[in-house]
Design a protein around this ligand. Structure first.
Ligand SMILES: C[S@@+](CC[C@H](N)C(=O)[O-])C[C@H]1O[C@@H](n2cnc3c(N)ncnc32)[C@H](O)[C@@H]1O
Length: 431
């Protein structure tokens, strides 16, 4: 039977060969091989399944390639992936930025920032050598690299007429503001004068800065701003930039700044829900209608499973137990609105939390979280969970760019302080 079939096929191909004998070209030979394959597949009935499979592979491949435009998918190299997998002994640890959602405060009129990722990259190239000259090399409890860059970039872009800082510590952020605007006056409100730290080690005291510090300290909410502005010759409050790094309830600070008529604010520690020592804008705007916002305390949910897995790898990741307080209260920190380094806190209802977000949204025109400068496979940061953070400026796997920007010269510890620094523009208060 087999022999008969082989003979019949041989005869068939022989006939074909005769038909096209005068050509005898290589192309013909290949064509006949292709035809043989096609014939074979048609006879065996595999042709259509194979065509469908090829189409499916093509569609999946193009979806994968284009998904980078839709969501931030890490471009971590397969080598990096493998080494991380080996290191942690588990898979699924790619720095998948934003996979658990990145809550944000909606802007009334859809206004956004003017700067682009190209501007950020150019800024980074310029800022790294400046940062290397910082007077306070080890700024534990103060800003690290990501936020120093964010503050410098925003300040330089906005070019304010006056800069106000609340919470100076040893003066690193004052120094950053000064690098951005060499000749612009600063007002710094901080309980302990930065010069006090000079006795123990490096600190920065600025010569064009009015300090409300030590015995002259006044809390931002108690300053008579119209008098101070007059004294500084400022008539247009939209030309003032305020930087808050004082660990106070950000709703309180936003209301105080709005009441005084200011528009441009930067908050250093914009903590994620379930973390931090004060109620932040990110926490306030974490609502069900925002992607990644609103949470369930149901232990058998996808979110609960993902969170508990991620907690093993990222120090600041929060699992459902960490997120939910009594009565399944997940907002703020376990249903609490924290204030003043968590020296005071207040339990709030979900309705109050929701109303807070309505207020914030009623005054906010622009809400922009400074992205992390680079992915964790480059910076080796281990604290923030990329799943709750927007795409970094330099994505994982782009070591060449990381190196060209000079970022590889910095110590790892400077990348460990990222807490979603945010720039907010408010509509001027109606007089
Ligand atoms: C995290 S540190 C600031 C770090 C600083 N911005 C830096 O980048 O190095 C917080 C500072 O806020 C100060 N502080 C505490 N209560 C404050 C308040 N009500 N107003 C302003 N500053 C306050 C603390 O004394 C401390 O110096």
């Amino acid at each position: 039977m087999l022999n008969a079939l082989s003979l019949r096929r041989a005869a068939h191909f022989g006939d074909e060969g005769d038909e096209h004998q005068e050509d005898g070209s290589k192309t013909r030979k290949q064509l006949s091989i292709a035809m043989r394959v096609t014939n074979y597949l048609t006879r065996t009935g595999y042709l259509w399944p194979i065509i469908l499979l090829a189409i499916l592979i093509f569609v999946i491949a193009s979806l994968f390639l284009h998904s980078r435009d839709l969501v931030c998918v890490s471009s971590i190299s397969s080598f990096d992936r493998l080494s991380r997998t080996r290191f942690f002994g588990l898979d699924g640890l790619e720095s998948d930025f934003g996979s658990l959602g990145v809550p944000w405060c909606r802007s009334k009129h859809g206004k956004t920032i003017e700067w682009t990722s190209k501007d950020l990259l150019q800024g980074l190239e310029e800022f790294v050598p400046i940062y290397e000259t910082r007077p306070i090399k080890n700024n534990m409890y103060g800003m690290g690299f990501d936020h120093s860059f964010g503050l410098w970039f925003i300040t330089r872009w906005l070019k304010p007429e006056l800069m106000i800082e609340s919470g100076a510590f040893k003066g690193h952020s004052t120094w950053v503001l000064r690098q951005a605007m060499p000749n612009t006056p600063i007002i710094s409100l901080t309980p302990r004068h930065p010069s006090k730290y000079l006795m123990k080690g490096p600190a920065y005291v600025d010569h064009n800065c009015t300090y409300f510090a030590g015995k002259d300290f006044v809390d931002f909410g108690n300053v008579n701003w119209s008098t101070v502005m007059k004294k500084h010759g400022v008539t247009d409050l939209t030309r003032v930039l305020i930087f808050f790094d004082d660990h106070q309830n950000e709703l309180k600070r936003l209301k105080q700044a709005h009441k005084a008529g200011f528009s441009h604010l930067v908050f250093e520690d914009n903590y994620d829900t379930g973390t931090g020592d004060h109620y932040s804008l990110r926490q306030i705007c974490d609502q069900f209608y925002i992607q990644g916002g609103g949470h369930s305390c149901f232990k058998d949910s996808d979110e609960a499973r993902q969170r508990s897995r991620r907690k093993n790898f990222w120090e600041k990741a929060v699992d459902i137990e960490g997120l939910c307080g009594p009565g399944e209260a997940w907002w703020g920190v376990k249903g609490y609105m924290r204030d003043d380094f968590n020296h005071t806190n207040k339990q709030i209802s979900y309705t109050q939390h929701f109303e807070n977000s309505r207020f914030v949204e009623s005054v906010v025109d622009v809400y922009w979280e400074v992205p992390p400068v680079a992915g964790p496979s480059l910076t080796h940061q281990t604290r923030y969970d990329p799943a709750r953070v927007s795409c970094p400026i330099v994505e994982d796997g782009r070591f060449g760019l990381f190196q060209r920007l000079g970022l590889s010269r910095l110590e790892t510890s400077v990348f460990n302080g990222y807490t979603q620094m945010v720039y907010v523009e408010m509509s001027p208060k109606e007089m």
